[in-house]
Design a protein around this ligand. Structure first.
Ligand code: ACM
Ligand code: ZN
Length: 763
């Protein structure tokens, strides 16, 4: 039932002639990109008269899935037949090909009047072939769906292609969990890591311990806004999944070839369990389910009764989830309670352990033994390396990649999920244009650039890297729409990292396919972010003092940048950005990307405050920390007063050290105002300085103090600033004294605090 379309064929030969090798799928929006792909001549028309040839019941699940999809989005279904039809187009399954070896491999051949799917019988490969097929269908609803003829051979690079979801900080409905699993499956990912227990809520029904959900699933309020505000509402919040709901979700995932890895956190992040059964902790005191975010000192005690509880919980969990792995958490578990608990101390003695770190290892090993006895494996966050790995444990490397490297060297299986590339709770464009997030900066391109196998590993060690996954922690992700926004399209980028061959990856080609693929996401009602269209504003020193150079940066293949300097919103007719702009006075710049006169993404605006300090030579006695030294000392005089929340490109950060900044004004001049900006984020160990002292000098040697502000007395928060009678100065020095060690009861207690500054102004 081929319909001739000469325009299409001409287009193809033009592409081939020009050798557009980066257009790997000739514009067909297949994500992740297949291993081999060839467009052949002709086209296939899928319509209600297309038949599915069914030769066994082994792939009924996949046929049903395809028909449900067609029914939902195109309002027709395909009929099945047992013999190849003479005149109609048809879809046929072949299970005999010997070269198809793995369960996830498939071949998809679309010819003029039939579609052939080759895979192993009952395999995920059949499902993945259908996922590829639905991605090449035209998105518009119609009853004749024309697709080009093609031949695809495909297989994944990694065995663990995962997405995580924290349903504890915020709760997500059964319906939404299914939608999330649908997305995972569409990108040929195969693992859903379901984070079910936390300080702020216990979300899985355990029949033996009903209070876990009667009490532990609800909190009396929730932190509102950034952690630094320490504001809370008093609305009861909670929810949990019954075992019946979990069975339903597991069955749903299984049909989509997605394995669910349930996470039951221990020994830390267990406040909700302890609030339900206070005897689980070292103190036995009644506490409440947490309303705020952080790391809390009440963790499971290591007495035997806790293990009995956890084993009973795990019995019910193991019965619900058919997969091989049970995630036991293991991260961020303070040892404060264990240090003074008689039960924990006597456990250290009786087990001949060297302190609390080995007690953590004892905890995990004991649980592993139990889980192994039930025929399952444990996986845990990389803190389970502390004090020695349990013999069979797999490790999830989240604090960078070092944990993963160490585990692979010890011949343990590893899933990579470093914060730098795999934390989708991080910002995806400049924070000022994004909904409040936990911090970090993980744009789409960075996710796409991720290589899960560390090059320091030898070939044998590399074989322990099972793959990678992205984590979605939901402290700041309040609802489904926001979750989709944070997940998509970064998830599509990670899917390609995990499925496709390394040499097939090409960012430009991916972004091209993605933009067409957005139409499908619109159809599926997915609220994806458009951060790929971001315009970054980058400031550099210009050759003239008191001016800075502004570059506007975007991906040129996605459109052209238009901008305004008068505070108005840019349109398709605004000035087109060509080259860097010199700023010599206070100004607001608004910019955005336009393609074919259409605004793409969002408009971003930023103010620049040009003053006597701007672009003057500045020296710092103490170098900022390597991780927070973007732009060097110039960052403090670049005309940018940082917006909150934090964008690391706008700040310098010192750990445990003072700021001592000297600015050379290059000639003696009259000044009467000094200002320096600081950041407070106690969750991230960032504190205001203890004091700030301002000095002036004419020779750069002898400095006179103008004023010393003590944070306590002056209560400055964002800025320390002073006005004073006009004074002549050639040099200005500012000393901001580091807060010192973090006080007890605060995150990071006893560690050096950080001091962050964005900008110095002189008027
Ligand atoms: C983690 O992000 N605490 C594993
Ligand atoms: Zn204890």
């Amino acid at each position: 039932m081929m319909k001739k379309n000469s325009a299409f064929i001409l287009f193809i030969s033009f592409i081939n002639f020009c050798g557009f090798s980066q257009k790997q799928t000739n514009g067909l929006p297949i994500i992740p990109i297949p291993k081999s792909f060839e467009i052949t001549s002709g086209q296939f028309t899928l319509s209600p008269s297309t038949k599915i040839v069914v030769t066994s019941t082994s792939h009924q699940n996949e046929i049903d899935w395809l028909n449900d999809y067609l029914d939902k989005y195109y309002h027709f279904k395909l009929q099945t037949t047992i013999a190849i039809p003479k005149y109609d187009s048809y879809i046929e399954f072949a299970f005999t090909q010997t070269e198809i070896k793995s369960n996830e491999e498939y071949e998809l051949t679309i010819s003029n009047n039939n579609i052939q799917i080759s895979a192993k019988e009952k395999s995920a490969g059949i499902f993945y072939a259908i996922q590829t097929l639905i991605q090449v269908l035209p998105v518009e609803k119609a009853t004749t769906l024309v697709i080009p003829c093609l031949k695809i051979k495909d297989a994944p690079r990694f065995e663990w292609r995962g997405m995580h979801l924290d349903v504890c900080r915020h709760f997500f409905s059964v319906l939404f969990i299914k939608k999330y699993i649908d997305l995972i499956a569409m990108y040929k990912m195969n693992t859903f890591h379901w984070h079910l227990t936390e300080d702020q809520g216990w979300r899985i029904e355990i029949k033996k311990y009903p209070k876990l959900t009667q009490i532990g699933a609800y909190r009396k309020g929730t932190m509102v806004g950034p952690y630094s505000d320490q504001k809370f509402d008093s609305k009861p919040y909670g929810g949990f999944y019954t075992q019946e709901e979990i069975k339903d979700i597991v069955a749903y995932a299984t049909k989509r070839h997605v394995t669910i890895v349930p996470e039951i956190e221990m020994p830390g992040h267990s406040v909700a369990a302890i609030a339900s059964y206070p005897w689980l902790s070292c103190t036995g005191k009644q506490i409440e389910v947490e309303k705020g975010w952080g790391v809390f000192e009440d963790v499971y005690c290591t007495k035997d009764s806790t293990f009995e509880f956890l084993q009973n919980v795990l019995d019910e969990v193991i019965a619900l989830f058919p997969g091989k792995y049970i995630h036991i958490g293991g991260d961020e578990s303070p040892k404060t309670r264990w240090k003074i608990c008689p039960n924990c101390q006597s456990k250290i003695k009786s087990e001949h352990l060297k302190g609390e770190h080995e007690l953590q290892s004892y905890f995990i090993k004991r649980i592993e033994k139990y889980v192994n006895s039930k025929g399952k494996q444990i996986i845990g966050w990389d803190e389970i390396l502390e004090g020695g790995l349990a013999p069979n444990a797999a490790v999830m490397s989240w604090q960078g990649i070092d944990g993963g490297i160490a585990a692979a060297k010890q011949k343990h299986k590893v899933v990579m999920t470093p914060g730098s590339h795999c934390y989708f709770d991080h910002y995806q464009s400049a924070p000022s244009g994004e909904p409040l997030a936990i911090g970090g900066y993980t744009p789409l391109e960075k996710v796409y650039s991720y290589e899960p196998v560390p090059s320091v590993l030898n070939e044998e060690e590399q074989s322990y890297i099972m793959g990678a996954q992205a984590n979605l922690w939901t402290e700041y992700i309040l609802d489904e729409k926001q979750l989709e926004y944070m997940a998509m399209p970064r998830m599509a980028a990670l899917a390609e990292v995990l499925w496709s061959e390394k040499d097939k990856k090409n960012e430009t080609d991916f972004l091209n396919r993605l933009q067409t693929h957005f139409l499908l996401l619109d159809k599926l009602d997915v609220n994806y972010a458009k951060a790929l269209y971001k315009v970054e504003q980058k400031i550099t020193a210009s050759s003239k003092p008191n001016t800075v150079a502004l570059e506007l940066i975007a991906n040129a293949s996605l459109g052209s940048i238009r901008y305004t300097l008068d505070g108005s919103m840019p349109t398709a007719n605004s000035e087109k950005y060509q080259s860097s702009i010199t700023l010599d006075k206070d100004i607001t710049i608004s910019s955005a990307l336009f393609k074919d006169d259409q605004l793409k993404g969002k408009i971003s605006s930023r103010n620049y405050e040009i003053n006597i300090a701007t672009n003057k030579p500045i020296t710092l006695k103490n170098e900022p920390s390597k991780s927070y030294n973007y732009g060097g000392s110039f960052t403090l005089v670049n005309g940018v007063v940082a917006k909150l929340p934090r964008d690391n490109n706008e700040w310098l950060g010192w750990s445990g050290k003072d700021i001592e900044a000297t600015i050379n004004l290059e000639k003696a001049q009259e000044i009467s105002y000094l200002q320096i900006g600081f950041l407070t984020e106690e969750l991230n160990w960032i504190y205001l300085p203890k004091s700030v002292e301002f000095f002036v000098s004419l020779d750069g040697v002898n400095f006179t103090s103008i004023k010393k502000l003590l944070t306590e007395d002056f209560k400055f928060e964002r800025f320390a600033k002073i006005s004073f009678p006009v004074t002549t100065a050639k040099y200005v020095k500012i000393i901001a004294q580091n807060f010192g060690k973090i006080p007890s009861g605060k995150p990071g207690a006893g560690e050096d605090s950080w001091l962050f500054s964005d900008e110095i102004q002189i008027k």
